[in-house]
Structure formats: C-alpha cells, structure tokens
Write a protein that binds this ligand. Sequence first.
Ligand code: SF4
Length: 233
Amino acid sequence: MKKSDLDKVKIKQIPAQKRTNPFANVFDEFVGFCRSRSMFMLHYCTGCGAIELPPAMTSRFDMERLGIQPMVSPRQADILLITGYVSIKTLKRVILTYEQMAAPKYVIGICSCTVNGGMYWQSYATAKKLDEYFPVDLYIAGCMPRPEAVIEGLQQLMQKIKANEANSWKQYYKNYDYFLGNQQHLFGNNWQTPTDVIGEAETYQLAGPNTLGEHTKILQSVQTPLKPLEMKL
Ligand code: SF4
C-alpha cells in the first residue's frame, strides 16, 4: 500500500472532555481503590510457570486475602495471567481471550519466557516478546518465579490500579495498527478475530492517529462478517 493511500484514511478527532465536577477526582480515587481490592484473575496456563499458581492461591500464600480470586471466563475477568512460554498456535487463543475481556483489563506476564522468549528464544514456534502483540502491565521475571514473587507482582499491580496508572489496555486501542501488524506478521494477512476492536476504540473514545493504518486496511479487506451459529437438535 502506498503512503498516499494511507493519508486518505480519515481519523475521527475526539475533542478532549473537560471535567467540571470538583468531586470527580475523589470519585476516581474511590473507584481505583475498589477495583484494586476486587480482582478476578483468568489464568491462561501457557507454560511451566503455572505450577506456582496453586500454592499462591491456596492456604500457604492465600492470594484471596488480597481480594484476588480465579475466574473461569474472560468476560468476567480483570487480569489475564500468562504463565510461561507462548507458542504461536497458543498466542492466537491468548489474543482472542484478551479481546474478549471487558475494559479495564490488565495483563501480567509471568516467567522470563514472556519477557524475551527465555530459554526458547531461538525456537521458531514460540512468540518472544508478549508486549509486541498486546499490552502487558507487569512482568514477573524468573524461571520460574516463586509464589512470593507472584504475590509481590500482584500487589504492585494493585498499587498501580489504585493510583489509576494501570492504563496499558488503552494502548491496544490507541496503537491497534501496531499490534495488529505484529500479529499479521506472525499469523499471515488473513488473520482476524471476531472482535470489532476499531468499533470498541471509538466507543471508548480511544481512537487516535495510530488506531487505523496500513494493517487495519489489510484486515478490513480480508474480514468476513460473522455468521450466527445454528443449533440443530
Ligand atoms: S521461564 Fe522457565 S519456568 Fe517459565 S515458562 Fe520459561 S522455561 Fe518454563
């Protein structure tokens, strides 16, 4: 695609909203506090690091005392835990899961394999840097990190949420073209998920100059409309 074609893409400008209510910041702090003390965690067990989660959850380290509990569905989860190396095949499912979660959502990469590929850095079949495909709020490095480190990482995320600083989920909408480009590089130009990320970006008023671009054009050219599932008895 030529650069001149890209220049024709219209970017919707959203005017900045002024906050007039003097209690707005107090309310934000209260919401941040409540969010940080009630987190549902979807643990997508992708690698060996998952083995540290049972002790972190159960009686010895007891992460539920912090208000964190496991959740089985991405629709109700706040945190996506990636617990080790991610194969390219698995990454597709991880991205789909991430997109199914409602905002605000937070991602924690556990294990060195999520930071830079770890001991699989030379493998053709694994994704190396998780944050090239979707935003990551926090990494807990180690091969594998102990439950104390997992709890410490979760507490750091709680502090970030409380301070309203855990905003990486917004980057997925603001820089969607970048993330989509990396995904297409790995999965091919026909890559698509059933999620309308561009529509969501507009709904959240997070569409910016980097939401659309060369890669979203490719997506829109190959995207097929979703068909309703038919149930036959
Ligand atoms: S960092 Fe080590 S323990 Fe964690 S997924 Fe990679 S190889 Fe396994």
